[in-house]
Ligand binder design. Structure first.
Ligand SMILES: [Zn+2]
Length: 331
């Protein structure tokens, strides 16, 4: 067996995610199998902790729309567009930091690609294209005409180099806008006294998504849009032959809905952090779920956190078990 190096395993990870289209958790599990195999052959500790594909189990923390409005209102043009960019592209700190004007296509996407001159490589070698919603494209045009053509980077530091202090900028603006939570106490200081609130961090901008149904196309279909900016332009149609009552598995990696003929359908969800990918709808099973009986009754089923069990409000079977009713039994 050829000696495997760390780079081989990193390439393997990039292959699993980039070429095979596995989600991060699956890639993590497959990498673990290889690591276990190498370990039994006494090849240990090839990988650093950061080489393992990371994934989020719990629901991510999100900013409330009012918080974002206040934050953006307290920004100058550059920082407003900077945080809109984070919010609407779902890119990571280092990816935003190294984005150049030449990476922005007039066809409304941003390329995430390596910049060897700044020693930047996208995480997991995941070069990709991220759609830019209309609203963000407008902001970028406004910002471009304001900064002029001088800089290669979108959001450079004052000397034209990549800006390593987006987080510091965010915390400073949150502090001046009165948005600190007033109660956290970090090793840099108390958030009541300065720009230290730990509830403001860049990762939290990465897009969250809302599923809903609409009949604006003529039939009820299920869609997913980014939240909290539902007007950002990106809308993904999840159902193909109609769908209502969408529900997420707790970890957001699967979405369920009811087809028009009451089949419970499932769609796999991947890569929600940047450019989401939805699998083709699959039939799980036929239900006898009744339609909503009142305007307040949005759902006639629910799903367990792991997506394995369903509770369904069904119509009774056609041949119900007969029941004898005894009248005047107390006589
Ligand atoms: Zn705080």
């Amino acid at each position: 067996m050829r000696r495997s190096g760390r780079r081989d395993l990193q390439n393997f990870t990039a292959f699993l995610i980039g070429k095979k289209g596995y989600d991060r958790r699956t890639a993590h599990n497959k990498l673990a199998v290889v690591a276990q195999f190498l370990k039994t052959n006494d090849i240990l500790r090839l990988l650093k902790k950061s080489d393992w594909p990371s994934y989020v189990e719990r629901e991510p923390e999100v900013y409330e729309p009012e918080q974002l409005d206040k934050l953006l209102a307290a920004c100058d043009l550059r920082n407003r567009v900077l945080f809109e960019f984070f919010l609407m592209t779902g890119m990571r700190d280092a990816e935003v930091r190294h984005t150049c004007w030449s990476d922005i296509s007039s066809r409304q996407f941003a390329r995430v690609k390596s910049k060897p001159e700044w020693h930047f490589t996208p995480k997991n070698w995941e070069e990709r294209e991220v759609p830019i919603p209309d609203k963000l494209m407008q902001s970028l045009r406004e910002y471009r005409s304001w900064v002029g053509a001088g800089s290669r980077l979108l959001f450079p530091a004052t000397v034209g180099q990549p800006d390593r202090h987006f987080l510091r900028t965010l915390k400073r603006i949150a502090w001046t806008a009165g948005l600190n939570c007033q109660s956290c106490n970090t090793n840099k200081g108390r958030c009541r006294q300065g720009p230290f609130c730990e509830h403001w961090f860049l990762h939290k901008f990465r897009a969250n998504w809302v599923a809903y149904s609409s009949n604006d196309s003529g039939i009820w279909q299920t869609y997913v849009v980014p939240f909290p900016i539902p007007d950002a332009g990106a809308r993904y149609q999840i159902s193909t032959d109609g769908g209502q009552q969408p529900r997420w598995r707790h970890d957001g990696r699967e979405l369920f809905f009811l087809s028009p003929d009451k089949k419970l359908m499932a769609v796999s969800v991947e890569n929600m952090g940047s450019t989401p990918q939805f699998g083709a709808p699959k039939v799980l099973f036929q239900t006898r779920a009744h339609g909503p009986l009142t305007a307040e009754e949005f759902f006639t089923y629910d799903v367990s956190a792991d997506g394995q069990r369903f509770l369904i409000n069904e119509n009774a079977a056609d041949n119900p078990i007969p029941a004898d009713i005894i009248l005047n039994w107390a006589d």
